[in-house]
Design a protein around this ligand. Structure first.
Ligand SMILES: Nc1nc2c(c(=O)[nH]1)N[C@H]1C(S)=C(S)[C@@H](COP(=O)(O)O)O[C@H]1N2
Ligand SMILES: [Mo]
Length: 324
């Protein structure tokens, strides 16, 4: 969102590289290298493969899963090649082109630790969790705070099923989500500018809302690393930064968690971060969004079009607190 080449993490939304530009650049580089430097490219590829973690994903056979027809789109699905190569994942770099770098993340073994104010604190292996949870597919829109958007088929399970399994105590008001910490494979985590690990939070009411979804797959397959394997959130009524990737720990607490972006710049990134075109980001308008793939600009809707599910959670539509 915010590149150091300008000032700190600041970047103008309009300077973001459109996905087609760097996809063409990647293709060009591959083509040129293929023609002229084939042996060198081969060596490079071998090096990349050695550096990446190539362990096969044991959950691959679980997908595709049955689509839940309740969640429908008002637009075309984003092409898989766009949604899986244009990513925000600051652990692996500040550009959108972190696809290769993210392959270095080992996603097995992987456990999710549930702790804090719950009757059933536990650490559960991701594959055991996937077997215990009701997997389904949902078509969701996704709206990044940078004013680009996509529409994708996630696979996963309702976050409410996990909350139920944890049995929250009466004092639990919030969920705090914590992502992995491993600077050996995630070069971005060596950047002292960012308060790693990536943290995000929800109220208990938000976490048990029907829309709150744990995504473990996409396009009928296990989740690719660059999209947040093996466990990420999909919260389509909120700006994309709330949907934390590669989560390892969920703490039930009575204190409102402070997210990584909020800790960096609390005047621009708040706790609720619900989509609302009426409240501009301090450095750009949120009135419209650029659709990933087509590049078309379309108007942004309040709650990203999901008001029928979530509007009742937020009593005052004029309170900016809910909308940044
Ligand atoms: N751990 C982690 N989760 C993250 C981010 C990140 O940098 N690190 N970026 C967020 C932002 S800003 C967006 S828009 C989405 C992007 O998800 P996608 O790459 O699957 O489109 O991931 C969110 N989750
Ligand atoms: Mo984002």
């Amino acid at each position: 969102m915010w590149i150091r080449k300008t000032r700190g993490w600041e970047m103008k939304e309009s300077l973001a590289t459109p996905e087609s530009v760097f996809r063409n650049r990647r293709r060009f580089l591959a083509g040129a290298a293929g023609a002229m430097f084939a042996p060198a490219l081969l060596a490079c590829e071998k090096k990349a493969a050695a550096e990446g973690d190539a362990t096969p994903d044991p959950s691959a056979g679980l997908y595709p899963v049955k689509r839940n027809p309740k969640y429908t789109l008002d637009r075309d699905l984003t092409a898989e090649a766009d949604a899986t190569t244009y990513n925000n994942y600051y652990e692996f770099g500040t550009s959108k082109d972190i696809y290769d770098a993210a392959q270095a993340l080992p996603i097995r073994p992987w456990t999710i630790t549930i702790d804090g104010l719950v009757a059933k604190p536990q650490t559960i292996d991701i594959d055991a969790l996937l077997k215990a949870m009701p997997l389904e597919e949902r078509l969701y829109r996704h709206r990044c705070v940078e004013a680009w958007s996509m529409a994708v088929p996630w696979s996963g399970f309702p976050l409410s099923a996990l909350v139920k399994m944890a049995e929250p105590q009466s004092g639990a008001k919030f969920l705090r989500f914590e992502t992995f910490m491993n600077a050996d494979v995630a070069p971005g985590q060596s950047d002292p500018l960012y308060p790693w690990p990536y943290i995000e939070g929800l109220t208990l009411a938000e976490a048990t809302n029907d829309l709150a979804f744990v995504a473990t797959g996409i396009y009928g397959k296990a989740m690719p690393k660059q999209n947040g394997a093996p466990f990420r959130l999909a919260l389509p009524w909120k700006y994309g930064f709330k949907s934390a990737k590669a989560i390892q720990r969920i703490t039930f607490t009575d204190e409102q968690p402070v997210g990584l972006w909020q800790a960096l710049q609390s005047s621009e990134y708040g706790f609720y971060a619900n989509v609302n075109p009426a409240f501009a980001h301090p450095r750009w308008s949120q009135e419209s969004e650029r659709v990933l793939g087509s590049g078309e600009r379309v108007p942004t809707k309040i709650f990203n079009g999901y008001g029928e599910f979530v509007a009742s959670l937020y009593p005052d539509l004029n309170d900016r607190n809910y909308f940044y």
